[in-house]
Design a protein around this ligand. Structure first.
Ligand SMILES: [Zn+2]
Length: 389
């Protein structure tokens, strides 16, 4: 280890203790970290100068006299991260502190699809800068993450499959980084959702999968605590696995894909065909009709989705399968239960025993984007959990 590495490790140890334990004196920091008093004094001096640590309050000296010690606190707002998320025709910008607490957010109309990509990046950058500037009490921006639909080559920062006409292989990370002046990470929206869910768990599973139901069907997986990306950033395309015996046309041009018979697009279209009424906006409202034909439609889709998920479970052997998606899938109960039951029944015994099947929290996507941004911070400020590397 170089001197710089040792210094960074020491700074990291002090930050971690202050973040986990709250106010501590220099003496307590020394005792808990095992670092020498001169090292603690130097590290604390540096952190105070950087605004990351403040002295607030005092504790009495231990019996036997000596000087009272000032309490040191980590300032989570000394740096902020931003998350940018495309949400249909809008985009959402969220600013969070180093503890992942959301400080500000805004939802604004996205620039027209016909706009040049550089205009889109400029609009993102202006929103981030504007939100940050409105609150001078927040520290400087330190990292940004952008969640996008489609395929993402995270290593090269490319949005390889933008699913928008004429846009592919966009150097999205570099373009936004140049505009905001801090590192930018890209992450697929489904992967971000799984990362966010894991970040909110008190004891996140090391291997977990997510089945994401929206206008399409996607999935994401972590194995041994790391997100699976794949060579082209397209890992997790559960929705485009072909089910035998199905002739339905998929958006991808092929026939029989899982999403062609399980997505919100399919369920809404079939609901309208069966009932002759406009489809409600959510799965929960479809369930609530209680109509036999509607429930049969949902049951068929839940079982097909479970069949696809069971292959993924047998291949990966995760501890948890999360189910959720966009607002369409929020608060579904009947569909979720059918899915979970069928998944447990179809998965191979050793993979099914002890398998937890859980619903997502509705805030996991934005939490995931914040997590991805936080994982790009310098080592001593990174969160303890690190899924993306
Ligand atoms: Zn397809």
């Amino acid at each position: 280890m170089s001197t710089a590495d040792i210094r960074e490790a020491n700074v990291g140890a002090v930050c971690r203790l202050l973040r986990e334990r709250g106010g501590l004196t220099r003496a307590e920091l020394g005792r808990l970290s095992g670092l020498t008093r001169p090292t603690i004094l130097a590290v604390v001096q540096q952190l105070v100068a950087d605004g990351l640590v403040v002295e607030e309050g005092q504790v009495k000296a231990a019996s036997g006299g000596g000087r009272p010690g000032s309490l040191l606190h980590f300032r989570s707002r000394a740096r902020v991260v931003a998350a940018v998320r495309m949400r249909g025709a809008q985009f959402e910008v969220t600013i969070a502190d180093l503890a992942g607490v959301v400080l500000a957010d805004s939802l604004v109309p996205a620039v027209a699809k016909t706009a040049d990509w550089t205009d889109v990046v400029a609009a993102f950058a202006a929103q981030i800068t504007g939100l940050r500037a409105a609150r001078p009490d927040f520290g400087p921006l330190a990292a940004v993450a952008m969640t996008l639909p489609g395929s993402i080559d995270r290593a090269r920062g490319l949005w390889t499959m933008a699913r928008l006409d004429d846009w592919s292989d966009l150097p999205a990370a570099d373009a936004l980084a140049a505009a905001v002046g801090v590192p930018v990470g890209l992450v697929n929206v489904v992967a971000a959702t799984l990362i966010g869910q894991l970040a909110m768990e008190p004891e996140p599973a090391r291997s977990a999968t997510l089945v994401y139901l929206g206008r399409g069907v996607g999935s994401a997986a972590t194995v041994g605590g790391r997100l699976i990306d794949g060579v082209t950033g397209s890992a997790g395309e559960l929705g485009h696995c072909v089910l035998p015996g199905i002739d339905e046309q998929c958006r991808c041009g092929r026939r029989g894909c899982v999403e062609s018979v399980t997505s919100s697009l399919h369920l809404s279209r079939e609901f309208e065909r069966i009932t002759g009424r406009p489809a409600p906006a959510t799965l929960a409202e479809m369930e609530a009709t209680g109509e036999k034909a509607v429930l049969a439609l949902l049951e068929r889709a839940a079982c097909r989705l479970a069949l696809a998920a069971s292959w993924q479970v047998n291949i990966i052997n995760p501890a948890v399968v999360y189910f959720g998606g966009n607002s369409f899938a929020d608060r579904s109960t009947w569909f979720f239960e059918r899915f979970a039951e069928e998944l447990r029944a179809l998965a191979h015994g050793p993979n099914s025993a002890g398998l937890a099947v859980r619903q997502l929290s509705s805030t996991s996507t934005v939490r995931g984007a914040i997590q991805v941004a936080s994982e790009m911070l310098p080592a001593f400020l990174r969160p303890a959990l690190r899924v993306v590397r």
